[in-house]
Design a protein around this ligand. Structure first.
Ligand code: OSB
Ligand code: MG
Length: 368
């Protein structure tokens, strides 16, 4: 498909509630929406970089720079045939996976729209609806956390993830476990502990958690191996798995027993597929992580999570858990069985609401 133009929308969308993690509080969420045009078709992708380099080193500013100055010249007015072709074109750009993945997503949307196939079909997804959970940020106190979790359970979520950080870990998780003895529960530290300070997490092993997500440094697979040897609960890696190679390293080192797959962090859906296939061949469960996506990124996550290896519920909540108003005309709702329907229209299967897009756009860059 010959890429005729590339338009970047830097968005800032107010969240329905502040989202606090071990690396900070977000009151609103920034991202970049990418629009590609080719042969009369308009396609979209979402770059999940946020304002601050707290989750990883990328930000909306670095992603705009990398896309504008390095990725765009490699694809504009070029015939990009598929995701593998795109990856080989950008292989000289080190890192910046969130930037690359946003463009790759738009390319899949374009390819789907031109072939009449949904992203689910193109990726080989099998499920029409996928099991989901909710990721709950740090709250004022364990009591407030329990109340917040209860609201999500009442809304129909059958799997809860709570964020933890040093000093806000065992008490928070124990309070939630005591209030909801049978709930599927997991915790996410976003790299806030060291091998030493993580010793304080030992009591988590008695809370029957599904997993403990990314307790140690974002670039550290080796110490996770040491920690996994000390815990019965599966360690799940998020930040540390930045490529299919890193997934292989982690599995060979037995640094984790579960992997969180985010297409953004891995540099694209094509790379996410490779991690899925590797894990599936070794019976390692995977699940789809989230980055507080708009409806565009959420559609992509749902299609990815429909693949057979995604055996744990994803961090893919209903639109109203994140935003009062989304930039897609479609809004995603939770079914009674804690699932969300996978879009079935060609490409991502969502329509961008131009009016909403304008409302939340901080700046636009047209590259043609
Ligand atoms: O670590 O999974 C994470 C949000 C932003 C950055 C990192 C993470 C998260 C979440 C939210 O946990 C998941 C969601 O989109 O619901
Ligand atoms: Mg995480």
């Amino acid at each position: 498909m010959k890429i005729e133009s590339l338009c970047l929308y830097h968005l800032r969308m107010p969240l329905v509630a502040p989202f606090e993690t071990s690396f900070g509080v977000e009151l609103d969420r920034e991202c970049i929406l990418i629009q590609l045009r080719s042969a009369g078709l308009t396609a979209y992708g979402e770059c999940v970089a946020s304002h601050d380099p707290g989750y990883n080193y990328e930000t909306t500013s670095t992603a705009l720079h990398i896309i504008r100055d390095f990725i765009a010249p490699l694809i504009l007015h070029e015939d990009v045939v598929n995701a593998a072709d795109f990856q080989s074109r950008v292989s000289g750009i080190r890192g910046h996976h969130l930037a690359k993945a946003g463009i790759e997503m738009a390319l899949w949307d374009l390819l789907g729209k031109s072939s009449g196939k949904s992203l689910r079909e193109m990726l080989g997804g099998e499920r029409r609806r996928v099991e989901v959970g909710v990721s709950v940020g740090l709250q004022e106190s364990p009591a407030v956390l329990v109340k917040t979790v209860r609201n999500y359970i009442d809304a129909g979520y059958a799997r809860i993830k709570i964020k933890i950080k040093p000093g806000r870990d065992v008490l928070d998780a124990s309070a939630v476990r005591a209030a909801f003895p049978d709930m599927r529960l997991q915790v996410d530290a976003n790299s806030a502990f060291t091998l030493d300070t993580a010793q304080a997490l030992k009591p988590l092993d008695d809370l029957d958690l599904l997993l403990i997500e990314q307790p140690l440094f974002e670039d550290d697979i080796w110490d996770h191996r040491k920690l996994q040897q000390q815990f019965r609960t599966p360690i799940c890696l998020d930040e540390s798995i930045v490529s299919p190679r890193h997934a292989r390293y982690a599995l060979e080192m037995q640094a984790c027993r579960v992997i969180n797959i985010k297409a953004g962090r891995l540099g694209g859906l094509s790379q996410a597929l490779q991690v899925h296939d590797l894990c599936r061949s070794q019976a390692i469960p995977v699940w789809c992580g989230g980055m507080l996506e708009t409806g565009v990124g959420r559609a992509s996550n749902l299609a990815l999570a429909s693949l057979p290896g995604f055996t744990l519920p994803g961090d893919i909540s209903a639109s109203n858990r994140y935003y009062m108003q989304d930039v897609t005309a479609e809004s995603f709702t939770l079914n009674a069985d804690s699932t969300i329907d996978v879009p079935s229209a060609p490409g991502l299967g969502v329509t961008v609401d131009e009016k909403a897009l304008r409302k939340y756009t901080l700046s636009t860059a047209v590259l043609a």
